[in-house]
Design a protein around this ligand. Sequence first.
Ligand SMILES: Nc1nc2c(c(=O)[nH]1)N[C@H]1C(S)=C(S)[C@@H](COP(=O)(O)OP(=O)(O)OC[C@H]3O[C@@H](n4cnc5c(N)ncnc54)[C@H](O)[C@@H]3O)O[C@H]1N2
Ligand code: MOO
Length: 442
Amino acid sequence: MAETAGPAGEPTAAPAAEPTAEPAGERTIAPDQHLAWILARIPRLAPAEVPLRDAHGLILAADVAAPHALPLWDNSAMDGYAVRAADLAAAAPGVLDPPVSLRVVGEVAAGSPDDPELPPGTAVRIMTGAPIPSAADTVVPVEHTRGEEPGDPWGRDTVEILRAPVRGANVRVRGEDVAANSILARAGDPLGARRLAALAAAGVSSARVRARPRVAVIATGSELRGPGEPLTRGQIPESNSLLLAALLAEHGIVAESVTVSADDAAAFRARLAALAPTVDVIITTGGVGPGRHDIARIALESEPDVRAVRVAVRPGQPQCAGALRGGAWIFALPGNPVSAAVSFELFVVPALRHVQGAHELERPRLAATAELGWRGVAGRLQVLPVRIATEAGQLRCRPAVDPRGVSHAVGGHGGADGYALVGAERGDVAPGERVDVILVGT
Ligand SMILES: Nc1nc2c(c(=O)[nH]1)N[C@H]1C(S)=C(S)[C@@H](COP(=O)(O)OP(=O)(O)OC[C@H]3O[C@@H](n4cnc5c(N)ncnc54)[C@H](O)[C@@H]3O)O[C@H]1N2
Ligand code: MOO
């Protein structure tokens, strides 16, 4: 039998068991089915043309062709001398003994439009990034030359070439990186720093992108108190609103509003009605269980296009999702903090990417070796917060929380930098086995 582990990998006393009751009449659906249901319904946001400087983190809504080649023209990769290789052809590439003396007939710096003549037996001083004179084909770095004056590496009227480069050396050829009019990025690609720079370098100044979703967060629960507020029996510090606002920020979204409300179904309904026309997505936590005060589920019962489900995932089983009549899409996530975080990762992240038109909806799954074994969850996808380490370039993981009591373990979850995904059919994980992980700690 697999060794089971607590947060630090030590066996622990059993925590309060995870609830397993199935409320009568509610269907349990696979996580993939729940996500597919959402993705089939949640609308994509409208595209708009945006200057590149405002486009970081947005998703392209159309392919982008390079207006011009990269490099834009043949240019020098080194500070040195533009030469004709034929002038140095007496010797094979390598040390020139004796050195070849060339007359210096000009200089081009980066940004210079000059195209100096280069008669046979001459050289032009050239700086990195400057266009290669039309008559030259090779650049000799200044380190491989000698000027007239000791102490000055640069020749004034003549230069001695000490080493012969191969023809074409140190020339960055027009179009060798990107051909003019070729597709540089595709609809659905995210505009990260590298892609933005590529577009800018190729002469693109604006891009057609999908808008960032406007998102509101509501944490519900009469037991919740704000930061620093005194706590009486039964009350706890509220943490889900900070969690969700920060998770959104990790995905480039600044929440439009973040509020905490008591368990009051009428007030919750009124808050949704006020928000729905002003935002694209509302994320709530708490009140989705079968409890008498589970006001999110109760308030959403009157919404025809919102459905309450139990997802075959642990943690994160009870959820509501759908389109509100007032306009916005709602994700009503469970109140347990780890359940909320896992639900955000499994369902909200792909949905937020989808509405922005991304083609990659989920984070990549990487294989890691389980340092310790742990119990699986029969018939459900187990999403276990783990600590990730690398050893000899290989990923290793160990539980960050006690696998027997994950959904409320907000403390151990704080030290997790990944989620291990153990399929519903797999069962227990033995020490040394490979499991899929997604990296979430940024
Ligand atoms: N009889 C049953 N009880 C429960 C079931 C069930 O199937 N039958 N399911 C359990 C599971 S699984 C989950 S998950 C939770 C879902 O609960 P709710 O969404 O109704 O969440 P709450 O009851 O409001 O809160 C649960 C837990 O989390 C704490 N919490 C809530 N919000 C916050 C917040 N913003 N910051 C910090 N902590 C928060 C809250 O105090 C509770 O301890 O239901 C189980 N019960
Ligand atoms: O398992 Mo709940 O579904 O504790 O999050």
